[in-house]
Ligand binder design. Structure first.
Ligand code: UDP
Length: 336
């Protein structure tokens, strides 16, 4: 069973490749290292013993993408490759619309041309915008996108929905990630964030490692337990395994809806201050943090109802905030 993983050198892509290999799938990656390093494949090899073949192509370019599909026969594809920084998307919307949309179209066309199906698409809880209810379920209406990045995920979901309507034999799953965090327990792969990092867990570990002098808690006057924002942090290894389950689900051909949507979060909210304290407890390092003003564009709280993924896919996250902080800290210490 040969599976295409686009963005295979990326953070979630690399962990998913490990999980797929450990569950008997063959993997081919397509990644142009726009925001990743080729050394990731050394890490994957160190864990699994498998050297993964990678196509160094821009998936937004139709010709090389279709050439890859002419050269390889895939039983399915997991499409991670995308630009993903919310702030950058506000500054460079055309790049985001062009890249994220064209790459999806090309991957879908490639699969269709070879008579393949079984697409798993990386979406995001950002498609919910400022949701009216918490926790959000897959049926919670999507609200206006808060950024061009979020709009590319909404549009991606809609393109897949239209295509599945037109070609019902084309089966797809849409996975909506909450806040992926942590690293592989081996310490061989993890998140190599853009500089400077903006996501909470890399900011925490970089501060602890002395890579930044201090960090700021963005907002302490929200209507939450301690005034800081609430998010649903999901360990990247648990998230990775959900992709294996999603492929197996597609291949079993029993999905009652097409595309099938799933929230992937742990199902519990954690405040920023709780996350900081969890890190301090696990690492024994005292963090230099300041309480600061709100960050523009932040929603107050978002966390998942994940019961559908548990019911339909059999997905049960096994790791909590301690494993997230412990593995992220171990990984940070391997970075120079
Ligand atoms: N956050 C923070 N300080 C930082 C980075 C993030 O207080 O240096 C907060 C941020 O305001 C949000 C939460 O941590 O409430 C998660 O932010 P992140 O950027 O990791 O993910 P998002 O939920 O925005 O996708």
């Amino acid at each position: 069973m040969k599976i295409l993983v686009t963005g295979g050198a990326g953070y979630i892509g690399s962990h998913t490749i490990v999980d797929l290999l450990q569950n008997g799938f063959e993997v081919v990656s397509a990644d142009n290292f726009y925001n990743a390093h080729p050394a990731v494949f050394d890490g994957i090899e160190a864990i699994t013993g498998v050297r993964v073949k990678n196509y160094d192509i821009n998936l937004a370019d139709r010709e090389p993408t279709l050439a890859m599909f002419a050269a390889e026969k895939f039983a399915g594809a997991i499409h991670f490759a995308a630009l993903k920084l919310v702030g950058e998307s506000v500054e460079r919307p055309l790049d985001y619309y062009r890249n994220n949309t064209n790459s999806l179209l090309n991957v879908m066309e490639g699969l269709q041309r070879q008579g393949s199906s079984n697409l798993v698409f990386s979406s995001s809880c950002s498609v919910y915008g400022n949701a009216d209810e918490l926790p959000v379920t897959e049926g919670t209406p999507r609200k206006e996108a808060e950024s061009p990045y979020a709009l590319t995920k909404q549009v991606g979901e809609d393109i897949i929905t239209d295509f599945c309507k037109a070609v019902p034999a084309f089966q797809a799953v849409v996975l909506r990630y909450f806040n992926p965090a942590g690293a592989h327990a081996s310490g061989k792969i993890g998140e190599d964030p853009s500089n400077p990092a903006t996501s909470l867990v890399p900011v925490i570990t970089q501060t602890a490692a002395g890579k930044r002098e201090k960090m700021t808690v963005f907002g302490t006057d929200y209507n939450t337990r301690d005034g800081s924002c609430v998010r649903d942090y999901i360990h990247v290894e648990d998230l990775a395994h959900a992709h294996t389950l999603a492929l197996q689900y597609l291949m079993a051909g029993k999905a009652p809806e097409n595309p099938a949507l799933f929230n992937l979060g742990i199902g519990e909210g954690l405040t920023v201050l709780e996350a900081i304290h969890a890190f301090e407890k696990v690492s024994g390092v005292s963090l230099n943090y300041a309480l600061g003003p709100r960050r523009p564009g932040d929603v107050v709280a978002v966390y998942a109802d994940r019961s559908k993924a548990t019911r339909e896919l059999g997905w049960k996250p096994e790791r909590g905030v301690e494993e997230i902080m412990d593995s992220a800290w171990k990984w940070q210490q391997t970075l120079e």
